[in-house]
Design a protein around this ligand. Structure first.
Ligand SMILES: Nc1ncnc2c1ncn2[C@@H]1O[C@H](COP(=O)(O)OP(=O)(O)OP(=O)(O)O)[C@@H](O)[C@H]1O
Length: 255
């Protein structure tokens, strides 16, 4: 079983319905790193994550995982390497929370400690109470936490989540980012699309800032999150206050 995932993208491009939505993206995602992909609506964050996860094929360039072109990795192996949570996903069947989480173990076939793994994954998102509930009867944030448990349950070396905090209350946002930080610290590669720049600044090692399908900046949050850069890309005036490793992001107004 592969325990780590070293991901490199070279000159990635993507066309969707004839429109170029990713252009010349070169970047890397290393084991032990928590990376935030940020940028305005339509910048290409979800598209990039879908290409990384193998859900979409790039129109040009390459993605390699552990130096192997990702398209040449057999689907079953790729499913064990990478767990992906799309931006939105509504359940079509009224399965229980526990059964939905267990879907995250499918790539490993019969797992002897399945029930224990599912229970632990649900506990990590504070979702024990949802194990026996039909997922069609959960609130938006409760369902998201069950889906996050499904992402975590397989302990894949590469975790990719598209706006994982969007439906969560503040407490569960912090709890999730702390959990993902710990998972990255244990040597896994974690990539998130985030709109919350405070969370990205506080918890992530690296930031990729996309604008119009292009990589506008990449580096540490301190490198990328300058008032000038955020002003240019988002059209807002703002300030970042850095204190003892904590970041406070304050938005003042539209520019
Ligand atoms: N299924 C699709 N077919 C065609 N074009 C699409 C499709 N999905 C997204 N796009 C277009 O691709 C571009 C990038 O979209 P994408 O969803 O990657 O942006 P995003 O940065 O994730 O945005 P958001 O913050 O709104 O989620 C946009 O111009 C969008 O209109």
């Amino acid at each position: 079983m592969t325990l780590s995932a070293d991901v490199t993208c070279r000159e990635l491009g993507l066309l969707r319905h004839g429109q170029r939505v990713l252009d010349d993206i070169t970047c890397a995602f290393r084991p032990g790193e928590l990376t935030a992909v940020v940028g305005p609506n339509g910048a290409g964050k979800s598209s990039l994550l879908q290409v990384l996860a193998g859900v979409l094929d790039a129109s040009g360039g390459t993605v390699s995982i552990n130096e192997q072109p990702s398209q040449s990795i057999p689907a079953a192996e790729r499913a064990r390497l990478c767990a992906f949570l799309p931006q939105s996903e509504l359940p079509s069947w009224s399965v229980s929370g526990a059964d939905l989480v267990a879907l995250g173990l499918l790539p490993w076939g019969r797992v002897p400690d399945r029930d224990e793994r599912v229970r632990t994954a649900l506990e990590r998102v504070d979702g024990k109470d949802f194990a026996q509930r039909p997922v069609t009867q959960l609130s938006g944030g409760e369902l998201r936490r069950v889906q996050l448990a499904r992402l975590l349950v397989g302990q894949a070396p590469l975790l990719i989540a598209d706006e994982p905090t969007a439906a969560l209350d503040i407490r569960h946002q912090l709890q999730l980012l702390q959990t993902l930080r710990g998972i990255a610290d244990s040597g896994k590669t974690v990539v998130l699309a985030l709109h919350d720049l405070s969370l990205a600044a506080r918890y992530c090692d690296r930031v990729l800032l996309l604008e119009g399908g292009r990589l506008r900046a990449q580096g540490t949050p301190r490198d990328v999150f300058t008032p000038a850069m955020i002003g240019e890309v988002y059209g807002v005036s703002c300030e970042f206050r850095w204190r003892d490793g904590e970041a406070e992001f304050v938005v003042f107004d539209l520019i």
